[in-house]
Structures are given as structure tokens and as C-alpha cells.
Design a protein around this ligand. Structure first.
Ligand SMILES: [Zn+2]
Length: 319
């Protein structure tokens, strides 16, 4: 074994590829078997590649570069390193699961945040961050490298590592938003997200526009004389979002309301104020899984990325 180890060390020093062009240098057949395996664990061959579909092409790049781009596209560069590590693991898990699902026929993942996860190329990020780019890149890359290969599993299978900007104080269970119960996507507390610019939003629209939207919703709606009577009973989910709400006599789910009125989240309160309908909302995104601002609050309070991931994804394994 000593001989083999020494030979392998020499192979690494030589840079892997040299071995194949010099088979006569191999001392024994048993070593030959090892040599074939050796390049796979040599640093320069260990690089995982990923195919990313952008608007113009399918780009093949090292996974490490892709994940670094995602971290800098999804996180603020000022975010704590532990937040970036949590984001890197979630993004790695998300892209592996997406690739496995065959969502995109010709690529593992796409660059559209609404479909997969946000990806800006290295060139775009460089333009965006200017003279700070190198420092930001190194920071995000170190988060990707520190968590190399780590993904999230539940019962031995890759999880749907969904995430969003901020929850408004509490995340939603998957069942409340998408209708199917997922054991690791439950509603959890998410304090300290107030730095998110969309933590609280107020959106208003004229009553006539609100009425028109409801009329176009495809539901059977009836408008009584006073607009305040259009807003009926609301049932809330554990995460504070609208589970169902009666509007103009028809029942809507929170997700339907969010889509219909382009709200930042389903955690909305609807009222009539003067001649307007006002939506007071908390949080931004679907609010299922990891909150990026909640992760940042945990990191700033001393939690590491594993604690952050295990808080937002209940009962998962990181490996
Ligand atoms: Zn996609």
C-alpha cells in the first residue's frame, strides 16, 4: 500500500493526465487499476459540471462557479458568511433535485428565478458590483467551497430546498401554499427579518379596479352596494397567510389572491379606505422553506449554516 500511496502522490504531483500517456511507467497491474481510479479523486478532475439554460443558450460550467453566481444573485453581498453557506447548500440541493426531476430537457437548471433560482453570470455580477466584485466573489466562493458537495436529504432523498426573501415573522407549511403536506416544509418562526425592504408592504388600488379584477377571476362573484361587504370571512394558515377568503361572495385561496392582485405574499389584510382597496402585506415570496433574511438574522445571532438549514427545513440531514 505504501508503494501505491507514493505512486498516487506522484501522480497528483504530475497533474493526473500524464499517467495515461506513460503506461510503461506503471510498475504492476494491480496499481494500474488504482491509477484508473486516481484521476477521479484528483482535484482537477473532481469538478462537477452543470448545464444552465439562459435566454440565449445552454451554458455548461463548473458547478462551483454556478453556485457562486447564484449566491451573489440571491443574497446581498453584505450577508454573513454563514447565511451564504446556507444559501449555497440550499441552491446546490435545489439544482440537483431539479436536474434529477428532468424539468428542463436540455439543461439541469435554468437562470430564471421564477422557474428555478436566480443566476446572473460572472460578467453581469462584475458589472453590477464594479470594484467590489473581486471581494464579493471570493466571499461567496468561500461559502460554496466550505460546503462542497453538501446537500439536504430527508429519508435518504434530496429535498425540495425552496427559499424566499422574507416571511414576515413566520414561514408557511407547504400544505398551506401548494396543497400537499411535505414533512420537512412546516411553518416555523422567523424573527428578525425587518431589514428586508419588503418586510411590510402597503398596496392600494381603486375600488373599480378591484371589482374588475374579481370579475375577471373566473369565479362567480356578486357585488353588493357597499364595497366593505365584499370582503368576507378570512381563514388563516399557521404561517399567517390567507388560507381562504370570501371576496364578493366567492371563495379564493391565498395563492389565488396573491396572483390576482400581484401581492408580495399571501400574508395580506384587505380593507376599504376611502375610495380604495388597501392590501397590507407581510413578507415577500411564497414563504415556504428558508427565509433569506431570517437566515441572516440567525447568522447574526450566532447560528451556523447547519443550524439555519435545520431550523427552516425540519428534520433534514446535511451530507
Ligand atoms: Zn427552470
Amino acid at each position: 500500500m505504501k508503494l501505491i500511496a507514493a505512486f498516487c502522490a506522484a501522480v497528483i504531483a504530475l497533474g493526473g493526465t500524464a499517467i495515461l500517456s506513460a503506461p510503461e511507467a506503471m510498475p504492476k497491474t494491480e496499481n494500474y487499476i488504482l491509477i484508473i481510479e486516481q484521476p477521479q479523486s484528483a482535484p482537477q478532475d473532481a469538478e462537477e459540471m452543470i448545464r444552465v439554460k439562459t435566454d440565449s443558450a445552454v451554458l455548461e460550467m463548473p458547478e462551483e462557479e454556478y453556485l457562486t453566481c447564484v449566491v451573489l444573485s440571491e443574497c446581498l453581498p453584505s450577508f454573513a458568511i454563514e447565511t451564504m453557506k446556507a444559501q449555497a447548500v440550499a441552491a446546490r440541493t435545489f439544482s440537483a433535485k431539479t436536474a434529477q426531476s428532468g424539468k428542463h430537457e436540455d439543461a439541469d437548471v435554468c437562470a430564471d428565478f421564477a422557474c428555478c433560482q436566480a443566476y446572473r453570470s460572472k460578467a453581469e455580477l462584475s458589472e453590477r458590483f464594479g470594484s467590489d466584485f473581486e471581494a464579493y466573489w471570493e466571499k461567496a466562493l468561500s461559502a460554496v467551497r466550505a460546503t462542497k458537495g453538501e446537500k439536504l436529504y430527508y429519508n435518504g432523498a434530496l429535498i425540495d430546498a425552496v427559499y424566499y426573501s422574507c416571511s414576515g415573522g413566520r414561514s408557511e407549511a407547504a400544505v398551506a401554499v401548494w396543497g400537499s403536506d411535505v414533512p420537512y416544509l412546516q411553518s416555523v418562526e422567523s424573527p428578525g427579518e425587518e431589514d428586508c425592504s419588503k418586510f411590510e408592504s402597503v398596496i392600494s388600488m381603486p375600488i373599480a379596479a378591484f371589482r374588475e379584477k374579481l370579475s375577471q377571476s373566473g369565479k362567480t362573484v356578486k357585488f353588493s352596494l357597499f364595497p366593505q361587504d365584499w370582503i368576507g370571512n378570512t381563514v388563516r394558515s399557521e404561517g399567517g397567510g390567507i388560507q381562504t377568503i370570501t371576496l364578493a361572495g366567492a371563495e379564493f385561496t391565498g395563492t389565488e389572491v396573491r396572483k390576482l392582485f400581484a401581492l408580495p405574499s399571501t400574508n395580506a389584510r384587505i380593507s376599504v379606505q376611502g375610495g380604495e382597496i388597501v392590501f397590507d402585506t407581510l413578507g415577500y415570496g411564497h414563504r415556504v422553506g428558508m427565509s433569506q433574511y431570517g437566515a441572516e438574522a440567525m447568522a447574526n445571532a450566532g447560528s451556523n449554516y447547519r443550524e439555519i438549514l435545520q431550523h427552516y427545513y425540519s428534520g433534514v440531514e446535511i451530507r
